[in-house]
Design a protein around this ligand. Structure first.
Ligand code: L14
Length: 339
């Protein structure tokens, strides 16, 4: 880096995550020397604001990466598959938010609070995990370190912003249509999302699980660096704009009381314990939207097994689940001299 910072590119700049990346680079005063914004040819002509500048969106091409040091990618898995290797060859350190490379054994899959050491082994490419996985492992890693988690049963309540602007538009349009007795139109989701819950995120596989469920299962083991943890998941889309919520049941090897878990998580990096149900205090999607931390509440013992615990975990899927985590990875690399 020169004294003035890094040459940074956001790839997929006009998407919901890309937008959030630009905002967070500014908010955190990330050392940006120049910022270039790439998207598909459809977005050329648009300009996006960064600090007091209007930055033009450029079409992503094979020769786009000359002189760039950090590439924050969130353009969709197929575009990442094609362009991330080209960027890496040009010497760019790519942090990719898509599912394209997450399970590649050569590619570190990183949540800075959980496995920062993995980032240091990078060879130009680091994967940012799935949003639902990130918030779960931030809350569970400190418990795993103390009591060893044997099994996780998670059900998610995922907001429509995970699908990007088109998901948010669909929820808004369907809600307006329903309240005005007009016919609803389903373009993005397989069924009506307004006033409904869809147990269907991403595609289904032969075994009856969705790809989103498999991402949570496989990515959790890779990030926690423990293949012995048994994970099962049900992922559900709910009519909420921002933040994914999760009901998580765990079984640990060592006994922990609910109060011990509250104490452990109160000291854990990136976690806020908000857990006074009698005062009606528990994490809510509408309150956690726009925040950086992972919020945990409803912590209680599951007495149906010897060492069981239940909790409710909420985080902003576009921030900690995506853009913020990617930028925290870049900050970690800078601190450790790996960029
Ligand atoms: O794997 O809530 O990065 O639709 C990001 C969006 C997973 C699904 C990923 C959502 C996807 C998620």
């Amino acid at each position: 880096m020169s004294a003035q910072g890094y040459h940074v590119a956001v790839v997929g700049a006009t998407g919901a995550v890309g937008n959030e990346m630009i905002k967070i680079l500014e908010e955190r005063n990330f050392p940006v020397r120049t910022l270039r914004l790439f998207a598909s040819s459809k977005s050329v002509g648009r300009k996006l604001e960064f600090k007091d500048e209007e930055i033009p969106v450029e079409e992503l091409k094979e020769d786009s990466f000359k002189g760039i040091e950090i590439g924050l990618f969130s353009p969709g898995a197929n575009v990442s598959k094609r362009f991330a290797p080209i960027a890496v060859k040009e010497g760019v350190v790519v942090i990719d938010n898509t599912s394209a490379f997450r399970m590649d054994p050569e590619v570190p899959l990183v949540v800075p609070e959980v496995n920062p050491q993995a980032a240091l082994r990078h060879r130009g490419l680091i994967a940012n995990p799935n949003c639902s996985t990130i918030q779960m492992v931030v809350a569970l890693k400190p418990i795993h370190d103390r009591a060893k988690i044997k099994r996780i049963v998670v059900s998610t309540y995922q907001s429509v912003s995970g699908t990007g602007k088109k998901g948010m538009d669909e929820l808004l349009e369907q809600t307006k249509a329903l309240l005005n007795f007009r016919e609803i139109v389903c373009k993005v989701y397989p069924h009506q999302i307004a006033f409904n819950c869809l147990p269907h995120i991403d595609e289904f596989l032969e075994d009856g699980y969705s790809k989103e469920e498999w991402k949570m299962i496989n990515e959790t083991k890779k990030i926690m660096e423990d293949d012995s943890i048994r994970v099962t998941a049900t992922t559900v889309r709910v009519p909420v704009f921002h933040c994914h919520s999760e009901s998580v049941n765990i079984e640990t090897e060592k006994k922990l009381t609910a109060q011990e878990v509250r104490d452990i998580l109160s000291k854990a990096p990136g976690v806020v314990v908000y857990d006074n149900p009698k005062q009606r205090e528990y994490p809510l999607a509408i309150d956690v939207a726009g925040r950086d931390e992972v919020y945990v509440g409803r912590i209680r013992e599951d007495k149906t097994i010897p060492n069981g615990l239940n909790m409710w975990i909420v985080a902003d899927n576009l921030r900690k689940g995506a853009a913020l985590n990617a930028i925290q990875i870049a900050e970690l690399l800078i601190r450790e001299g790996k960029l």
